[in-house]
Design a protein around this ligand. Structure first.
Ligand code: NAD
Length: 346
């Protein structure tokens, strides 16, 4: 396996691999850039097909964290931890204890929080081994699960997008197709239901779709059809890459706005979305609410109003991206990348 020739390698400052055979813990921690502060980004715990796939994910996601944190205006660099879920039976507490020890060895260059497959309980386990962890439920400035703040930011971003694209104030009567009803997706669905939006949803977990049908009056569709719904907004809130050459021709929505990181399977999809006249809200701008909340915890003095102001900044960032994209006829993902790279001096 080579790091430097991996297509996702982007002159990352450092990349670590740790193993603990006893607990079956195997992870990569990628530190992309620390210009703005210590690198931060959630830990992903996932069934990777092989080590190469896990490494690529760590490299790609840590770069996106650098861009996200820079544009969110928070004093954090970009990093990401990925743990390869063991195929054999394992003890979760032992595994996350070993991972906490690994993070501690990175010596504060990387501060972790929750991402896919990881809970606040896992953060508490990590905390037994290191102070370089946030998204905790208890502690002096503990901020808890970042997901509701991510959903909050997405809702505000959606409001900005419908105003820009459809000339509509608010999300009442708007139809949103949500792919994935996990921590962020379900919270977002609740918020949208509260403001009078119509919901179409899908998830591989049937309990979640049933719940949304009963609680939120959502229409449930299969995971293979969610992207192709006649909705105003398509909201990818599962894993990355759901906007790809296979799904693109079927996307009917006017706007794409969701939580998933790396929604475009590759950056060239951006120009195709522009040609289809679909407004894509760059993922790392619209899903920054959670890391903004984490940043306040990391500062040592959790400040709710600072968090809310920074989350509201998502609107301004999106507006700027939409404007520049329209003026220069450049896809929104490229405009956002250029803005972030400028801030990072890259
Ligand atoms: P989660 O694991 O709680 O939820 C993901 C959901 O997607 C699960 O319910 C899962 O069953 C479902 N799913 C998986 N594959 C699917 C498919 N093909 N079709 C439909 N549903 C599918 O994760 P989360 O914390 O809600 O995060 C969702 C996405 O948002 C991830 O890409 C994550 O990286 C990103 N994100 C999360 C946060 C946060 O605060 N949690 C912040 C920024 C970005």
């Amino acid at each position: 396996m080579s790091i430097f020739s991996n297509p996702e390698f982007d002159n990352h400052e450092s990349v670590y691999a740790f193993t603990d055979p006893k607990s079956l813990m195997r992870c990569f921690i990628a530190v992309h850039n620390t210009k703005m502060g210590p690198a931060s980004g959630g830990t992903r715990f996932w069934n990777y097909a092989d080590d190469e796939e896990a490494l690529s994910d760590a490299l790609r996601l840590s770069k996106a964290m650098s861009y996200k944190n820079a544009l969110a205006g928070i004093p954090l660099g970009g990093g990401k931890g990925v743990i390869i879920k063991p195929k054999e039976p394992f003890d979760r507490k032992n595994l996350f204890t070993a991972y906490g020890k690994a993070i501690d060895k990175v010596g504060g260059k990387y501060i972790t929080a929750e991402d896919v497959g990881v809970s606040p309980d896992d953060m508490a386990t990590i905390k037994t081994e290191t102070d370089f962890v946030a998204g905790l439920e208890v502690g002096i400035s503990a901020s808890g699960d970042p997901s509701p703040h991510t959903a909050d930011g997405i809702l505000r971003g959606m409001e900005e997008a419908v105003k820009y694209k459809l000339g509509v104030e608010g999300l009442g009567g708007i139809t949103v197709a949500i792919q994935g009803l996990g921590h962020v997706g379900y919270d977002l669905a609740r918020r949208l239901h509260r403001v009078g939006a119509h919901l179409i949803v899908s998830d591989i977990n049937k309990c979640l779709t049933k719940k949304a049908e009963q609680e939120l009056d959502a229409t449930v569709v299969s995971i293979n059809e969610i992207h192709a719904q006649e909705a105003d907004i398509f909201s990818p809130c599962a894993l990355g890459g759901s906007i790809n050459p296979d799904t693109l021709p079927d996307i009917e929505a006017y706007i794409i706005a969701g939580a998933a990181n790396n929604q475009l399977s590759d950056s060239s999809i951006g120009i195709k979305l522009l040609k289809k006249n679909i407004l894509h809200c760059p993922d790392y701008i619209i899903n920054a609410g959670g890391i903004i909340n984490v940043a306040s915890e990391i500062s040592g003095h959790y400040d709710r109003s600072w968090v809310s102001d920074k989350i509201d900044n998502i609107r301004r960032n999106l507006k700027e991206v939409f404007k520049q994209s329209e003026l220069s006829k450049t896809p929104t993902n490229e405009v956002a990348d250029n803005m972030a790279r400028k801030l990072l001096g890259r």
